[in-house]
Design a protein around this ligand. Structure first.
Ligand code: ATP
Ligand code: MG
Length: 472
């Protein structure tokens, strides 16, 4: 089969002529070929395999390009990278590999293109297109990757047990591709993942998180989390989620399965946002429910305080997975902590004061919080679904009205600490904080409007009450 169409980018001609001059046959391989055939235009990465020295080829290509881009060389792996017009080009010498049990770093020696295709993780990732004059544009597909692309299957070129035990990261890659491409993992491969799932422990947390992010960023992330759960991987990576599984029944009262509920919320939110941190929030919004679950005869099942508990668990989870403990983590914590607030004030309880407090506490995250709450509606009762959604619509509407009038979202106190010190001739002291808090509360409660005249009057009143003397 001919795939010259895949080689439209003029860079391929440059690579081909450099390779011819060096007498080093070479091929485009892997993700680029797969995504071309699937008409997927997500990645701009091109992987080139050289039968010989990949680093030499990279250097020669760089020289032949306008402005000679810089080549980054990774000697231990025999790879070289360069960036040209927004495309990442990676060169590697064809290799044969053998693995040791305790590490995913193989011993490497030179090989043929077939050897190199054999060491690739899946048949759909082992497709190569020739860049050589004799058969330029010809597809090399020794493992029937085309067939698997057509049938939407993830299949390993070799015995799957060996594939996954050699490099356990491939287990996550299999699940990630199954999610991104909405492909089926071959049953024998799935079985091998189940069998080898404990080997994931030799993979660095950073690599695991990269794959988790790709799953989360997919159109339907639940596909990946269901597979992670089914193979035993989820229990090793995010046990907080597997702890949500199951339905308990006491005296005829049942609660919902919070694991499957969570995955529904995640798929829902994926339709409304590409923000991966908001998707993380959907995934983690209920993790506090496992440790707070209680049954009482009077009220049945409760999860009191699960939002606070959950937000604390977010920190430990991020830390364990070596994710950055920065503003993104705080954002996830904040949304998990506040995840029930819009529900508590929806319906009959939507007072202006409650809306002002919500705006004040959520700040700029308010829109995302509402998106989370709307995604959280998973009831299959159509009437209830409509009612809940409509309630949130009313909360949103009220929020807009209140915000237009009172500007609470990025609340700036109309009276500053300095104003208070000046008015009462004070040095920094406790009373300043008391007065500021009193004014803020009065504004949130709607006792005074959010403006400086009213706040000034209230400040004088409160100061007097505290026994302070004004300058005048
Ligand atoms: P994407 O770029 O969308 O993540 P990709 O398939 O291009 O997908 P890369 O990580 O860029 O993935 O790897 C490029 C190619 O290298 C793959 O297509 C595959 O042939 C091979 N490869 C990558 N990681 C592995 C691995 N762990 N084991 C075997 N082959 C791998
Ligand atoms: Mg790639």
């Amino acid at each position: 089969m001919h795939f010259e169409q895949a080689l439209k980018n003029p860079i391929f001609k440059t690579i081909a002529s450099c390779a011819a001059a060096l007498e080093t046959p070479c091929y485009v391989v892997g993700g680029y070929v797969r995504d071309f055939i699937l008409s997927r235009h997500t990645s701009q990465d091109i992987d080139v395999v050289a039968i010989g020295n990949g680093i030499e080829l990279a250097e020669s290509v760089a020289k032949a390009l306008p402005n000679a881009p810089k080549v980054s060389i990774f000697k231990t792996y025999g790879t070289a990278m360069l960036r040209f017009k927004g495309v990442n080009l990676e060169f590697v010498g064809a290799r044969k590999e053998s693995y040791k049990k305790e590490s995913r770093n193989p011993e490497i020696c030179e090989g043929t293109i077939e050897d190199d295709q054999k060491r690739r993780d899946f048949t759909i990732n082992a497709l190569a297109i020739s860049l050589n004059a004799s058969d330029y544009g010809t597809l090399l597909d020794p493992f029937n990757g085309m067939e698997d692309l057509k049938n939407k299957r993830i299949v390993t070129p070799l015995n799957p047990n060996l594939t996954f035990s050699d490099d356990p990261l491939r287990m996550l890659r299999a699940i990630r591709f199954a999610t991104q491409l909405e492909f089926e993992i071959d049953p024998s491969a799935l079985e091998a993942i189940e069998k080898n799932h404990r080997r994931i422990q030799i993979i660095s947390k950073e690599r695991i998180v990269i794959e988790l992010h790709k799953i989360l960023e997919s159109k339907k992330p639940s596909i990946g989390f269901l597979l992670l759960e089914r193979t035993g991987l989820l229990d090793l990576i995010i046990p907080e989620l597997t702890a949500l599984k199951g339905i308990d029944e006491v005296e005829g009262q049942r609660h919902k399965d919070n694991f499957y509920h969570t995955l529904e919320v995640l798929d829902n939110i994926a339709q409304h946002t590409n923000n991966v941190w908001l998707r993380w929030t959907a995934l983690l919004h209920d993790i506090g429910k496992a440790p707070t679950k209680k049954f009482s005869k009077k009220v049945g099942w409760t999860f009191h305080g699960h939002e606070l508990k959950g937000s604390k668990m977010v920190y430990h989870l991020f830390k364990r997975l070596k994710m950055p403990l920065n503003d993104k983590m705080k954002y996830v914590q904040k949304l998990v902590f506040m995840s029930s607030r819009p529900i508590a004030i929806s319906g009959a309880a939507t007072t202006d004061a409650a809306v002002r407090r919500l705006l004040f506490d959520a700040g700029d995250a308010i829109g995302d919080l509402m998106t989370l709450c709307e995604a959280d509606i998973t009831t299959k009762n159509v009437r209830k679904f409509k009612t809940y959604l409509n309630n949130f619509k009313m909360v949103r509407q009220k929020m807009e009205e209140v915000e237009a009038r009172d500007q609470i979202r990025n609340f700036q106190p109309p009276i500053s600490g300095e104003d208070i010190m000046k008015a009462f001739e004070l040095k920094p002291c406790r009373e300043i904080g008391i007065i500021k808090e009193f004014i803020k509360e009065a504004i949130l409660e709607g006792q005074i409007p959010n403006e400086s005249n009213a706040a000034h009057t209230l400040m004088l009143e409160k100061g007097k009450q505290l026994g302070l003397k004004t300058r005048l």
